[in-house]
Design a binder for this molecule. Structure first.
Ligand SMILES: Nc1nc2c(c(=O)[nH]1)N[C@H]1C(S)=C(S)[C@@H](COP(=O)(O)O)O[C@H]1N2
Ligand SMILES: [Mo]
Length: 203
């Protein structure tokens, strides 16, 4: 086993976790690093909205209180950044796609979700990744309201993909029949972003 891997696995074991949870090329951290392009935006929850549009029967716009009034889901998930850090058992609370789908009624042709965020940031995922049990539109992490540096007031979390697909400062979900590359995907990150297959870059 390569030295990097055996050292990384030893750290996971010391922290009391199963090393099999660490995807290839990743190292374990107990901290929660902050990572994004640009400055942290100042988002006012009293005027914030989440707009859901595109390949849906009903376009929906939700305010922060309306989002929080929907049935909540809590998940515990591991997160994996393409810059190689992995954090285990992150606690997220928010709204699952099934609640939003009830409101917007995606058309049968809907196969992709393009998350829109402040500063024009976008991140694309197959609808299936957003339908995953552990994917959420998140407003709380580790029992506290999501902080601005981690994407508060509201971010997307898609734990089945490298963490760049989890758009911070979320303000829209565009439902689409065709895929549209997001910010990091256009920059050269792999569109599929499966960390078990080390799909980091498209070149
Ligand atoms: N709006 C926005 N969301 C973003 C990014 C970004 O640049 N802008 N970067 C992504 C990347 S690369 C990672 S690893 C995670 C980091 O989230 P964290 O800072 O809460 O750890 O946010 C993702 N979401
Ligand atoms: Mo990342």
């Amino acid at each position: 086993m390569p030295l990097f891997r055996s050292k990384a696995e030893a750290k996971v074991r010391e922290a009391g976790y199963d090393p099999a949870r660490l995807p290839p090329g990743q190292y374990f951290t107990e901290k929660w690093p902050v990572l994004h392009a640009g400055a942290v935006p100042d988002v006012d929850v009293s005027t914030w909205t989440l707009r859901i549009w595109g390949d849906v029967e009903n376009e929906v716009t939700l305010g922060y209180d309306e989002l929080k009034a929907l049935p909540a889901t809590e998940v515990v998930a591991d997160i994996h950044c393409v810059t190689r850090w992995s954090r285990f058992d992150a606690h997220f609370k928010g709204v699952h796609w099934r609640e939003l789908a009830t409101l917007c009624s995606p058309r049968p042709s809907a196969h992709f979700v393009i998350a829109h965020a402040e500063h024009g940031f976008t991140a694309n995922s197959p609808l299936a990744a957003v339908e995953d049990e552990k994917a959420l539109v998140v407003y709380e992490a580790d029992g506290e309201p999501l902080t601005p540096e981690h994407g508060g007031p509201v971010r997307l979390v898609v734990p089945s993909k490298y963490f760049w697909k989890s758009a911070k400062w979320l303000n829209g979900l565009e439902i689409s029949s065709i895929d549209k590359l997001g910010f990091w995907e256009r920059y050269g990150y792999h569109n599929d972003a499966d960390y078990w297959k080390e799909e980091r870059y498209s070149f």
